[in-house]
Design a protein around this ligand. Sequence first.
Ligand SMILES: [Zn+2]
Length: 140
Amino acid sequence: MSASGPSRRARDIGLDVRAPRTSCDDRHCPFHGRLPVRGQVLEGTVVSVAMQRTAVVERTLLTYVPKFERYEKRRRRYLAHSPPCLGVPAGHRVRIAETRPLSKLVTFCIVEDLGEAAHRAAGEEAAPVSEVAPPKPEAA
Ligand SMILES: [Zn+2]
């Protein structure tokens, strides 16, 4: 069997992630191209895939504010390269890994599709239903 064409086996990228089922010929794919991933590995939700092979990934985190002894919710958006073999749609949770700068703003690459963002990690986004219940109508 020849190793050419889009049927190449996924490379081991050194992270504990599921390799994509399909292949691709993207040279910026960590699995099938030559892109090394190293550094931070983050989790987030894809909010937009309108760009070509680039996705907007949003991450929310809780930061402790000592003055108020409470946590504030912060969020940050990352532009991440989205390899065609993963084909991640908007709304999915993804794992992104740091890589060399691929463009002015893209320094991360999606390395794993974690499925639809229905089951979010604890403390992230989506307030409990009881908190967003509509206020009761007041008697006139
Ligand atoms: Zn690929």
